[in-house]
Structure formats: structure tokens, C-alpha cells
Design a protein around this ligand. Structure first.
Ligand code: PXG
Ligand code: PLP
Length: 445
């Protein structure tokens, strides 16, 4: 275990850590104190290669001067502006710039942007937009929301309810009127597939089952991650997303893609919508939106969805929803600088160039101890390990700790190692990640 020798180590008691085993962590803390490019520095002075872009968010790498300068400048000019019945130029600029790279390009029409402060809020906002839209077009009975097993849509009560990760759900009551499609994970047929899984497109027809059960006229929207991240990197089977789109169209149901992870270049296209060529009605984003610097989320809505709500008396608020920090000036400044970096460095498509190298390096872990499946797309990888029979998740956790001690930050979810490095990663750094993990797998029993 890393010795914590620094005299300025913080007291650890008061901070209630999110999604963390607080007592275990505080007995042997892992603290990061600086970050630059592809690396963190730990509080004991070690350099740690960032295999996860923080938490899937620092897509352009750490320590980007342009973002820091722009945020600092904005802070000195105007720290905050109210967003209700008021505005400021940056938020309109940022929405316009986002519309220019919106999922699916101009034809998709996903160019109306609502700002939130996180992915969770973006999800809850999108769910509310869907219900409000159905009501606005005379379909007020459509209030039911459909998620998918193993989905992750954040931790608000809406996102939690449509989400499908049992540990996040079991302790809490859910929204009424929510149901779930079956998940698409099928290792018996698809393990070690390079690229999209061959089998499982028919799982999209599960929506017909839910329609038969509940009645289409009760269902407002379906929300899925085009590539499921948090649950362990599950790729959609070939044809699945189009089939889901078709089923939604048949039944008058809105389709929401949650692109909090898959957005902003992670797959090698600006959004997963562009990768798969399937256009939903709403897209949620966060994380890479500001390169992880200032918290922010967004919902891209199809113009037709927005327009349906722009009815009634002009003096009336059309959508009773918003956050104190919606469109926060510092977040907009960070986001505008981030988009410039993405454009200048070609980062929204870079993953497509390096994906073959990524796939080859990580699929080479097939045959390493405990590895039962490997899934890669763009610059994302899931390396699934056999769980220890008595203690699911413990092997994954041990690999995470071991890698960190050896200078590599990975993310584990259950017994799946998830990798999602900054999009500036070099081929040599990819090899370093693969060999570190291989070595770790042979050390961890
Ligand atoms: N939707 C999706 C698809 C996400 O991945 C959220 C919503 C919620 O975003 P916020 O900003 O409220 O956290 C997410 C977030 C992990 C991990 O390592 C994944 C997320 C967050 C933290 C850790 O699996 N995804
Ligand atoms: N709780 C109280 C008492 C509030 O006044 C507000 C906002 O005004 C909120 C919660 C919501 O906070 P936010 O807008 O930052 O989501």
C-alpha cells in the first residue's frame, strides 16, 4: 500500500464520498493533486497514466491552457447571470456552436439545446421534455418511460428509475409507470467479437412486448445509451439501434439517446448518432461538453420537439423546468474553449484513426488470466473478468488498486475493467496500458 508521508495530508472524516466505499478508502486513500496531458500526479509524487479521462470526461486531456484562461477571464468579467427570464451572450453563442456540430448533422435537426449542470440533470430534463412534448401534441396519456436493463442514466429519481443497474436502484423507490427493455449482453454468442456484436438485433423488438403489455398510448419515450458505459461497456448488436428507432416510430414513442459518455468524440465520431447513423428525438450530453472542467450537461432536442412546445400565448413560460446554474457563464466559457480545441486538433474524429491500434492492443489480452470477454469501440474498452465465486467485484477492485499503484488509472465496474483514455492518447501509451493490465492480471489472483 502506498505510504502517505506528506505532512499536509488532509483530514478525511468530513467528506462523504460519492459512489465510494468510504471507510475502505479512508483507511488507504488514493489522492490526485495535479494533472497534465495524459497524466495525473498522486499526492505521493507518482505519475499516473490516465486510462479513463478522469471519469470519461477529460476528452482533450488535462491542463488545457485555453480553457483555464477563458474561464478565468469570464470569472473576472461576469461571475454569474440569472438564467430565468434573463440571458447572457455566451450561452447563446455556446448553443449555436453546439448546434453546428449537433448529433446527426443538419439533417437530423437536433439543434435546440437546453443546458443543465450534469448528465443526471440532462437525463431528467430529457424525460420531462418527452412527456411535455407528448402532452403538447395531444397525447397526454403518454407518460410512461421505458429504459433498459443494465442502463445507467445518472442518479436523479428519473434517471434512476429508467436505469437498470440493480445496486443503484434497490434501496430507493422508483418513478411509477416505468418499464425496461431487455439488455443486449450475450457473451455466450458474442464474446470476444471485434466490432459490433453479430447477435441480438432482435432484442429491440422487446419494445413491442412492452407496447403489448402497457399500450402504446401510455408510453412517452424510450431512453438507451447507444453504447452502455457504466455497466461495463456493452456495444449495441448490429442493426439493433435502427430496429429500436423503427419500433419507436411505429408506436409514436420518442427515442432518447443518452450520450453522456458516447458524445464528444469517444467513438471516433462527434456523437454516437453519427457513428450508427440512427437519429433519436433527444440526445443527452455532459462530461466532454466542457472537457470535464466546469460541470455542465445538455439536451439536444429535435426542432420539431421544441416547436411543438412553442405554442400557446407568447407571454407564457412554455416549459416549467430549469436550474439555477443552467447555462452558467463559466461553464459556457469552458465549453466554447473546449469546442475550439476539439475542432483545431480534430479530436472529435481522432478516435476513429487510432481505434484499429486500440482494438488490436486490447484484444491481445485475450488469454490473459481471468479474461472472459473483451469489447472495444472507438476509444472505449471493456475487459470483463471472471468474478471470484464468493466475492463478485473484488477481483475487479483488486486490479484497479494494483494498476493505480503501478501508475495506471483504470475504472472498474463490477469485474469489468473499463478504459476510456483522453482522445489524445498515443500508440505507445495504449501499449503501456495493455501491458500494465496484463501484468496486473497475473499478479491479482
Ligand atoms: N448518463 C450516462 C450514460 C452516464 O454515463 C450519466 C448519465 C450521469 O451523469 P452525471 O454527470 O450526473 O454523473 C452518466 C454518468 C463510470 C461512471 O465510471 C460513469 C458515469 C459517472 C461516473 C462514473 O462508470 N456516467
Ligand atoms: N432547493 C431550494 C430551496 C431552492 O431554492 C432551489 C433553487 O432555487 C433548489 C433547491 C434547486 O437548485 P438548483 O436550481 O441549483 O438545481
Amino acid at each position: 500500500m502506498t505510504a502517505r508521508t506528506l505532512t499536509n495530508a488532509p483530514a478525511l472524516d468530513n467528506y462523504w464520498m460519492p459512489f465510494t466505499a468510504n471507510r475502505q478508502f479512508k483507511a488507504a486513500p488514493r489522492l490526485l493533486v495535479a494533472a497534465e496531458g495524459m497524466h495525473y500526479t498522486s499526492d505521493d509524487g507518482r505519475t499516473v497514466l490516465d486510462g479513463t479521462a478522469g471519469l470519461w470526461c477529460v476528452n482533450a486531456g488535462h491542463g488545457r491552457r485555453r480553457i483555464a484562461d477563458r474561464v478565468a477571464h469570464q470569472l473576472s468579467v461576469m461571475d454569474y447571470a440569472p438564467g430565468f427570464q434573463m440571458g447572457h451572450p455566451l450561452v447563446f453563442d455556446f448553443a449555436e456552436r453546439l448546434a453546428a456540430i449537433a448529433p446527426g448533422g443538419p439533417e437530423a435537426g437536433l439543434d435546440r439545446v437546453f443546458f443543465t449542470c450534469s448528465g443526471s440533470e440532462a437525463v431528467d430534463t430529457a424525460l420531462k421534455i418527452a412527456i411535455a412534448y407528448q402532452r403538447a401534441i395531444g397525447q397526454a396519456s403518454r407518460t410512461r418511460l421505458i429504459g433498459r436493463e443494465r442502463g445507467y442514466h445518472g442518479v436523479g429519481f428519473g434517471g434512476l428509475s429508467v436505469g437498470g443497474m440493480v445496486n443503484n436502484r434497490r434501496a430507493f423507490p422508483q418513478l411509477p409507470g416505468v418499464d425496461h427493455l431487455r439488455h443486449t449482453h450475450d457473451p455466450a454468442r458474442n464474446a470476444f467479437t471485434k466490432g459490433l456484436p453479430e447477435h441480438g438485433a432482435e432484442l429491440a423488438d422487446d419494445l413491442d412486448r412492452l407496447v403489448a403489455l402497457h399500450g402504446a398510448e401510455t408510453i412517452a419515450a424510450v431512453i438507451v445509451e447507444p453504447v452502455a458505459g457504466s455497466t461495463g461497456v456493452l456495444l449495441p448488436p448490429k442493426g439493433y439501434l435502427q430496429r429500436l428507432r423503427d419500433a419507436c416510430d411505429r408506436h409514436g414513442i420518442l427515442l432518447i439517446f443518452d450520450e453522456v459518455i458516447s458524445g464528444f468524440g469517444r467513438l471516433g465520431t462527434p456523437f454516437a448518432v453519427d457513428y450508427f447513423g440512427v437519429v433519436p428525438d433527444l440526445v443527452t450530453a455532459a462530461k466532454g461538453l466542457t472537457n470535464g472542467t466546469v460541470p455542465m450537461g445538455a439536451v439536444f432536442a429535435r426542432r420539431s420537439v421544441f416547436d411543438a412546445l412553442m405554442t400557446g400565448p407568447e407571454a407564457q413560460i412554455e416549459f416549467f423546468h430549469g436550474y439555477t446554474y443552467s447555462g452558467h457563464p463559466l461553464a459556457c466559457a469552458a465549453g466554447l474553449a473546449t469546442l475550439e480545441i476539439y475542432a483545431e486538433e480534430g479530436l472529435l474524429t481522432r478516435a476513429s484513426q487510432i481505434a484499429p491500434k486500440w482494438q488490436e492492443a486490447l484484444h491481445a489480452l485475450r488469454g490473459a488470466p481471468h479474461v472472459i470477454d473483451i469489447r472495444t469501440i472507438g476509444l472505449v474498452a471493456g475487459i470483463e473478468l471472471a468474478p471470484r465465486p464468493e466475492a463478485p467485484g473484488s477481483r475487479g477492485y483488486d486490479v484497479f488498486v494494483d494498476c493505480f499503484e503501478q501508475g495506471l488509472l483504470v475504472r472498474v465496474t463490477g469485474d469489468t475493467i473499463a478504459l476510456s483514455p483522453p482522445l489524445i492518447v498515443t500508440p505507445a501509451q495504449i501499449d503501456e496500458m495493455a501491458s500494465q493490465i496484463t501484468a496486473s492480471l497475473s499478479r491479482v489472483g
